[in-house]
Design a binder for this molecule. Structure first.
Ligand SMILES: Nc1ncnc2c1ncn2[C@@H]1O[C@H](COP(=O)(O)OP(=O)(O)O)[C@@H](O)[C@H]1O
Ligand SMILES: [Mg+2]
Length: 589
């Protein structure tokens, strides 16, 4: 059963930024259709001029008539050119505005959708804006405005003489079918060719990004042959598509020339029989050309229509399904009381359960150390606490309010997070620490000092103004981690989550981190510290032990970590094993 959309859904549709952008585009589209009407009407100038020349001027041999007609035609053609130009400009600038109207809100919606879609999917959705804009701004849409005129030109041919009409119609139909068959037969091959190109491009980009590894491990020739093989496959598809395309092109060129001969031949025959004048013969031949052009063009632009249609659908879904973040009431400044209860976590776009039965509570200013082997779910817990992943069940509360009830604008600055892969952005050290917000020098210095990174940063070539390069690649992993720590501490947030902040640190960095943790404790900042190393354990108030996604224990650090601390071992992997093993599987989640 087809359900008609509810009024709410319809209202919702037009009230999304996408609906609004479309509504703003509509008047320009209407105007373009109006201009297209005149543009196509003025296309009659050529054949009519020809008709007059042949049937009037050449008969009467009147130079003044020729002059008058030429001036008139010149004026009309100027109007034609101007209108054609104006409609192109109109639609182009409207499409640009459509893009600007949409890009910002689309970015917001993607962020609101968060981790639910994969990075690739999000990237593809943003590319849809380009595709839609290209469709709206380009020749494809104008061709669509011209297509309805093809029958009009054909009808005029019929009015000249039924036989001329039949030839023109059959010709247009043949060209249309040929173009359709060509598009159909090359569609799959072209798609394969493009996909192959993309794969090869991604492969070589990844290889170039990891040149270090490739040259060190002598993988060069193997990588090259893999790449060449992928290119070869893509080229093969391109070859097939091009072969078919060329055949269709030659055939359609032949067809057009043959039709020209046919219509002139038939016209001349009719002239000999006295049924039409020579002028009509020439005019009909031009008219046929006018009818065929948009028909052929429409098939050329077919992929553009398809792309535009799909892009529109995807973007509309993005806007309709991801309501804008509700403007939440500003809550009192958080103090850093964290409460996690009955938490079940899953990897968002796969639905794979990674955490279950997590319950713990931290008072403001407490330091929690999270322990567990690789793959235990520590980083997943961090992503849930910072709100990037949403819990499948259970609650994460900050100062009593569920994370979802905090406005991101209020919560973000109050939260510090250092992901396991530090994730710095291209820009200066200072801007990275300031989270790309307004550069507040005092706050940047304070954060760097709190993180114990100030001296290290001063040692960089340009100090705080050092460019970090793509992904922070111009500094070492340890330096990235320390800059990332400073960024986490920027603005003195009340809740700080550090995911293995010392995985790349040397002893000096370790000491700086320990000092930073002491500072945070003194400052009554709540700290969730995921770590493998034991030098920070004595600073912990509470400990949480995870194993295969389950909570193995939570309690005062002094009790829970006694065995590991007593051993004085440098790692605490084994501390989890000293606890009773409840379950290692995620069954029943
Ligand atoms: N983005 C992801 N996609 C698929 N699986 C994931 C993803 N993130 C984490 N996992 C899975 O969740 C489990 C826990 O991962 P993680 O939280 O990173 O562990 P830890 O940080 O304790 O080493 C792993 O088994 C991993 O396979
Ligand atoms: Mg991890």
């Amino acid at each position: 059963m087809v359900q008609s959309p509810s009024l709410g859904a319809v209202l919702n549709r037009s009230s999304t930024p996408f609906g609004q952008a479309e509504a703003r585009f509509l008047p320009v589209l209407v105007l373009t259709v109006v201009f297209s009407f005149f543009v196509n009407l003025l296309l009659f100038v050529g054949p009519l001029y020809m008709l007059q020349i042949y049937d009037r001027v050449l008969q009467s041999r009147s130079e003044s008539t020729l002059f008058m007609l030429t001036v008139l035609a010149g004026g009309l053609l100027t109007a034609y050119g101007a209108m054609d130009f104006i409609r192109s400009r109109l639609i182009f600038s409207a499409a640009m505005r459509f893009d600007t109207d949409l890009a910002g809100p689309a970015f917001d919606r993607l962020m609101a959708r968060g981790a639910v879609a994969s990075a690739d999917e999000n990237r593809a959705t943003l590319v849809e804006i380009d595709r839609l804009r290209d469709f709206l701004s380009g020749q494809a849409l104008l061709t669509l405005c011209d297509v309805p005129w093809a029958p009009v030109f054909l009808i005029v041919c019929f009015l000249f003489h039924p036989l001329l009409g039949v030839i023109a119609s059959v010709g247009a139909a043949l060209l249309f079918i040929l173009a359709l068959v060509n598009a159909g037969s090359t569609k799959r091959t072209l798609a394969e060719a493009n996909a192959g190109n993309r794969r090869a491009g991604e492969f070589v980009a990844a290889a170039l990004n990891n040149m270090e590894l490739i040259s060190a491990l002598g993988m060069q020739s193997k990588m090259k042959s893999l790449w060449l093989q992928q290119r070869q496959e893509a080229l093969g598809w391109h070859g097939t598509a091009a072969g078919r395309g060329t055949a269709a092109l030659s055939l359609s060129r032949f067809l057009r020339a043959a039709l020209q001969v046919a219509i002139l031949g038939a016209g001349a025959y009719l002239v000999l029989g006295g049924e039409i004048t020579p002028g009509v013969m020439i005019a009909a031949s031009i008219m046929m050309g006018r009818a065929m052009a948009p028909v052929e063009q429409s098939v050329v632009h077919w992929r553009s229509y398809e792309g535009g249609r799909q892009a529109r659908k995807r973007l509309r879904t993005l806007f309709e399904d991801n309501a804008p973040p509700i403007l939440r009431t500003t809550l009192p400044e958080p103090k850093g009381h964290l409460n996690v209860s009955g938490l079940i976590g899953q990897v968002p776009h796969t639905g794979l359960a990674v955490l279950a039965g997590i319950n713990f509570e931290l008072e403001p200013g407490e330091t929690l150390v999270v322990l567990g082997t690789s793959g235990a779910g520590k980083s997943s817990l961090a992503r849930l606490i910072v709100g990037f992943w949403r819990p499948r069940a259970g609650q994460i509360r900050l100062d009593g309010a569920d994370l979802r009830h905090w406005s991101p604008d209020q919560l973000g600055p109050k939260m510090g997070y250092l992901p396991q892969d530090v994730e710095l952005f291209e820009g200066t050290v200072a801007r990275n620490i300031a989270r790309f917000g307004e550069v507040d020098n005092a706050a940047i210095l304070a954060a760097a000092q709190r993180a114990g990174a100030h001296d290290m940063i001063l040692g960089l070539p340009e100090g705080y103004e050092t460019q970090l390069g793509p992904n922070g690649s111009y500094v070492s992993a340890g330096q990235r981690q320390r800059i990332g720590l400073a960024r986490a501490l920027y603005g003195n947030p009340c809740l700080i989550i550090l995911d293995e902040p010392n995985s790349n640190l040397d002893s000096e960095g370790d000491a700086a981190l320990a000092e930073a943790v002491r500072g945070m404790k003194a400052d009554k900042r709540t700290l969730v510290l995921i770590t493998h190393k034991s030098n920070l354990l004595p600073l912990a108030d509470k400990a949480l032990v995870l194993s295969a996604g389950k909570q193995q224990g939570f309690g005062p650090a002094s009790e829970l970590l006694q065995p590991a601390l007593a051993r004085g071992s440098s790692t605490v992997y084994r501390s989890a094993n000293t606890l009773p093993d409840k379950s290692d599987t995620m069954e029943g989640v």
